[in-house]
Design a protein around this ligand. Structure first.
Ligand code: WTA
Length: 642
């Protein structure tokens, strides 16, 4: 990573990139607008966000922009009423966007489906009517366990339309994970699919659902709506299981949109923290909508002619904010792909860009590193000249990967926006703008209206260039409204670590120009291929295996995935004599964790130990294991740890 330097010094070294004149001329936010945005946001942040809220339609305006009287339970736009679906869908059928493509989708086999805003509206309304007929109403939870297919977008919007809260469980999560989220949320209805295609295989998703529903809490998932995607032979249990298409056939394409309070929940997304259980991040209708719309319009600089290709699955926050809601709120055309990014070969993503004429490509460092591994000949074979903007999210994009992305995908012609944000923030917080001077490896400055800082453990700002904790000093509209069913956990995880500020859990530094450089997590959360996984969750999964008495998990660097897990386990004394050999044990435990958590929990190695290093109070000293593993000096124990 470059040492902190001023812009001028970096320019001399040609490590910064100035925007092309055409980018500046065509930008939605020109340099003078950006300067004015920073000025207003600094002078009066609430006036700044109010202006952003006024770009959208509301059923009733707010009594105040922000109610901070019960901090940290901030309420954005109290008194305001509306529904995100009104802005993302309903209003488009009355304006010129009505017959514009909202969604273009390609299946892994190359099959393609397209929906104009009007067609998407009709489909969403049909599902909304069907959900109502199934007894779903305002405030009820609807669980979505769906792959990246058009019906996923339809289900997200239909649930929101009837005022229900969608609880999205990424289709790569395990049966156990799904069962727990269904039980936690008491979702009335589960919307899923028979399966999907990935990497040339037909994945039977319904079989996972059937396993999850075995033993689910009482009244959860009384009805299961199944989208027929693959046509595979699946078990349909009557009267619980209904086919989506049968259900919709009888329904009307007109449904009323429920009028919600701004703070009413829109969705829950589970994500990992430092405890053994995932937490469910809650986002609401009003603030989230303002954050998603404003940042998508300004940062992604969206134009009526754009085709926005976001590689993130809608089951993650990136897919929510910049794959579905942000684009639809701005009337953009969004592209969704079902399958594996390298299937049938390494030019699949460049081929999609070429064939659909994508103009924006928003992806992850893991995918960029995968493309790098296969070499520039793949993108070179394709015409990528429609691209005008590149984006990255989820992990640190090294200067080397940044340069490769810029050169071989962007043809040295597109700004690369490395955006930093989280499931919790709901919207991009640190990011260059298309007109910014770009520094490879940096996530740029805090966006206007975002008060980010790098501080020490007491909350004091550290000097430029010095590492510290990344915090957000003031609330922002896209922020989580809380953790489902866990008020104390919300306060403790985000607001009590350093009193008065939001603790992001990342380590960063800010240089003399105000550019941020993300250095990794400050807590025991791994980032495996851009997916967050708490070491405690993997440890809990390992300990659920009969051979394991204790387990500790650390992250170790990986060339493609950024980081993968390594597990240290102490065998259960009752089983010591019956343990298989080391390789067989490792593969059994790997398979077990995969079943417990899903394929995103990648364990590279398993090491059997007699004991684990612990503090006096019994906490596992993962950093000691990590230092040993990486051959680094073992850090001295702090007073508390000794
Ligand atoms: C990491 C994804 C470096 C970070 C939107 C954060 C990043 C976590 C970046 C959130 C980036 C996200 N550079 N690291 N541009 N963006 N991260 O909730 O550690 O899946 O806290 O949200 O990913 O991951 P999440």
């Amino acid at each position: 990573m470059p040492t902190p330097a001023t812009l001028d010094a970096l320019l001399v070294e040609e490590r910064v990139f100035r925007p092309a004149p055409a980018t500046v001329i065509e930008a939605n936010v020109k340099p003078a607008d950006l300067a004015e945005a920073y000025r207003l946001a600094e002078a009066d942040p609430l006036a700044f966000w109010e202006k952003a809220a006024l770009e959208l339609e509301w059923h009733r305006k707010w009594d105040a922009v922000l109610d901070a009287s019960n901090a940290p339970f901030h309420r954005w736009f109290p008194g305001a009423r509306g529904n995100i679906v009104h802005n993302a869908l309903d209003r488009h059928v009355h304006i010129w966007t009505k017959n514009k493509l909202a969604l273009i989708w390609e299946g892994e086999a190359g099959d393609c489906r397209k929906f104009t805003y009007f067609e998407l509206y009709r489909e969403v309304n049909r599902l909304a009517c069907a959900l109502r007929a199934l007894g779903v109403s305002r405030g009820d939870r609807v669980c979505l366990y769906l792959p990246p297919i058009p019906e996923t977008v339809v289900a997200m919007l239909a649930a929101a339309k009837v005022g229900a809260v969608h609880v999205f469980v990424f289709a790569g999560y395990s049966a156990k994970f799904l069962r727990e989220r269904l039980s936690d949320s008491r979702a009335k209805v589960l919307v899923t699919a028979d399966g999907f295609y990935r990497g040339g295989r037909c994945i039977n998703l319904k079989a996972v659902v059937d396993e999850a529903l075995d033993g689910v809490a009482g009244d959860a998932a009384e009805t299961v709506v199944v989208v027929r995607r693959t046509g595979a032979d699946i078990d349909m249990r009557e009267p619980r299981d209904l086919y989506y298409h049968d259900l919709l056939r009888q329904e009307s394409p007109e449904a009323a949109t429920e009028i919600m309070e701004a703070g009413d929940p829109l969705f829950w997304l589970p994500t990992s923290g430092t405890t053994g259980r995932p937490k469910s991040i809650v986002h609401g209708h009003g603030g989230y909508m303002v954050g998603a719309h404003h940042t998508f319009r300004t940062v992604f600089d969206i134009k009526p002619t754009d085709i926005h290709f976001c590689t993130a699955d809608p089951g993650w926050i990136t897919g929510h904010t910049y794959g579905v809601f942000g684009p639809l709120l701005t009337g953009a055309s969004v592209f969704l792909y079902e399958g594996h990014p390298l299937y049938p070969q390494a030019d699949r993503l460049p081929s999609i860009i070429e064939r659909y004429g994508a103009t924006i490509f928003y992806t992850t460092p893991t995918l960029i590193r995968m493309l790098m591994r296969y070499g520039p000949q793949y993108p070179k074979k394709r015409d990528l000249s429609t691209l005008r903007l590149l984006g990255s999210v989820g992990e640190t994009l090294s200067p080397e990967a940044w340069m490769w992305f810029y050169k071989h995908i962007g043809r040295s012609n597109c700004p690369v926006l490395d955006t930093w944000w989280q499931t919790e923030t709901g919207m991009a917080m640190l990011s260059p703008m298309p007109i910014s001077v770009l520094k490879p490896g940096s996530v740029g400055k805090a966006l206007p209206g975002v008060a980010a800082a790098v501080v020490d453990g007491q909350g004091h700002s550290v000097p430029p260039g010095q590492g510290g904790f990344l915090v957000l000093k003031t609330p922002w509209p896209g922020m989580l409204t809380g953790l489902a069913g866990d008020e104390a956990g919300y306060k403790e995880a985000y607001w009590d670590k350093i009193p008065g500020v939001y603790f992001a859990g990342d380590v960063a530094r800010r240089d003399e120009d105000g550019y941020f450089w993300i250095q990794g997590r400050a807590d025991d959360v791994l980032n495996i291929a851009g997916h967050r996984l708490g070491t405690a969750e993997i440890e809990a999964a390992l300990c659920a295996h009969r051979f394991v008495a204790e387990a500790a998990v650390i992250g170790v660097p990986d060339k493609i995935k950024g980081e993968v897990a390594k597990a240290f386990v102490v065998a259960d004394p009752a089983w010591v004599s019956a343990l298989p050999d080391a390789d067989a044990l490792a593969s059994q435990l790997r398979e077990h964790v995969r079943r417990e958590l899903g394929p995103i929990a990648v364990i590279r190695a398993v090491e059997l130990r007699q004991s684990l290093p612990r503090t006096r109070s019994g906490k596992i000293l993962r950093r000691v294991l990590k230092a040993e593993e990486l051959g680094e000096p073992v850090p001295p124990l702090s007073g508390e740890e000794a």
